[in-house]
Design a protein around this ligand. Structure first.
Ligand SMILES: [Zn+2]
Length: 172
């Protein structure tokens, strides 16, 4: 993947600028601007950490956008990059597996889902990916036989004969 071309597109101003990065040190946890080189509170060097976490989210979003537009090979590349950089990112791994599946790389999809389950046992999406519901893979059932012509409607009586004209009432 050409990393240079990714920067060519304008970033979503607003959202990128608003991103803050939490200091990864549990006893600090201060919020810092995504471009801060050091944590404002404890001075930890968080520059590359911030860059990584923001950039991986950015790549993940690019992958989702590509998948939505049916550019599956491209989506696969983005998700694979996120997984490579952030191996604990379960969502990216699930997304990668789905992209693999859609591309017909079922062995790779299976590997990704198995890794998801190793990291997060019982993950519903991975479980579903590895054990798709029966209906999805089975051939369609035999067509339902079409009933023959509907039986004649036997319940209805033939049209009643016209009523006999009323006998004139009143005798002579
Ligand atoms: Zn800190």
């Amino acid at each position: 993947m050409d990393m240079g071309s990714m920067n060519a597109e304008p970033m979503n101003a607003g959202s990128m600028n608003a991103v803050t990065v939490k200091c990864p040190f549990p006893r600090c946890g201060a919020e810092n601007g995504y471009d801060a080189a050091e944590c404002g509170r404890c001075g930890a060097p968080i520059g590359s950490y911030a860059l990584l976490s923001v950039y991986s989210a950015h790549l993940f979003n690019r992958g989702l956008a590509a998948a939505r537009e049916d550019r599956l090979a491209e989506a696969h590349g983005y998700f694979a990059a996120v997984v490579h950089w952030c191996p604990s990112d379960i969502e990216a791994r699930n997304a990668l597996a789905l992209a693999c599946q859609a591309l017909g790389h079922s062995a790779e999809a299976r590997d990704a889902w198995e890794e998801v389950l190793r990291r997060r046992p019982g993950d519903r999406l991975a479980d579903l990916g590895l054990n798709p519901p029966k209906a999805a893979s089975d051939p369609p059932p035999d067509p339902v036989p079409v009933p023959a012509d509907p039986p004649l409607d036997e319940g209805r009586e033939p049209a009643a004969a016209p009523a006999a004209p009323g006998r004139p009432t009143g005798g002579p």
